[in-house]
Design a protein around this ligand. Sequence first.
Ligand code: FPP
Length: 255
Amino acid sequence: MKPFVKWFGGKTDKAEAAQGLDSDNIPSHVAVIMDGNGRWAQKRGLPRIAGHHSGMKNVKKITMAANDIGVRVLTMYAFSTENWKRPKEEVEYLMKLPLEFFPKEIDELVANNVQIRMTGWSQDLPDYTLKAVQDAIDRTKNNDGLILNFALNYGSRKEMLAGVQQLVKDAQAGKIRPEDISESMFSSYLLTDPLPDPDLLIRTSGELRISNFMLWQLAYSELWFTDLCWPEFNELHFYEAIQEYQRRARRYGGL
Ligand code: FPP
């Protein structure tokens, strides 16, 4: 495998970087915590929302990079159940991003056979946000290429509690027996069902935490962190993360 470090500083392009990867060991599901939009903007004397706008553009770039190497599912953490606590203007801006993103990008996503999905509580989203996302989901539902999954109004503890509540109801109704509850059955009660667990989690901006993201699903995922803020994270960085993933030995608790 070629050393990535030589490729930075404009020495090479993303196609060459992609070719350096082991095509037999591409993570099926990559999940991304896109952090650092606000800091990226503030460092440049821009309002925080400018960082979110730049971050939105990066979603498309990294989606294409993932598609080019054969990643099957790319989950992007776009809005957490905790993000409602932010100032109203920022929340509104974030909720309007899908109205810009999908009309602008949908043709190219369709041309690339990308399927859009959403993981999160759709009923709490403003109607206009939900409509923009739902239109994209409907338009791409028959595509069978990369699944671009937006975690939108998603929080893992809430997801697990809702799953447990439904399990208990189904047990009380006699549909399942408590002793039959397995890991795979529990997974099927989560919002991410039927997606596979992430193989690789990427978090930008230097924060070393999971922030209530896919706590159950990340049990055996490889974690990769970078100090770069999300808007400055590019295809080469993405491939660098994949290369590091390919160097790791996944033992799932075994030897
Ligand atoms: C975290 O950075 C980022 C978010 C809360 C929003 C992420 C959303 C996008 C990148 C756009 C998503 C696109 C679509 C189409 C839905 P932060 O604001 O917490 O950064 P900070 O930690 O530097 O303040």
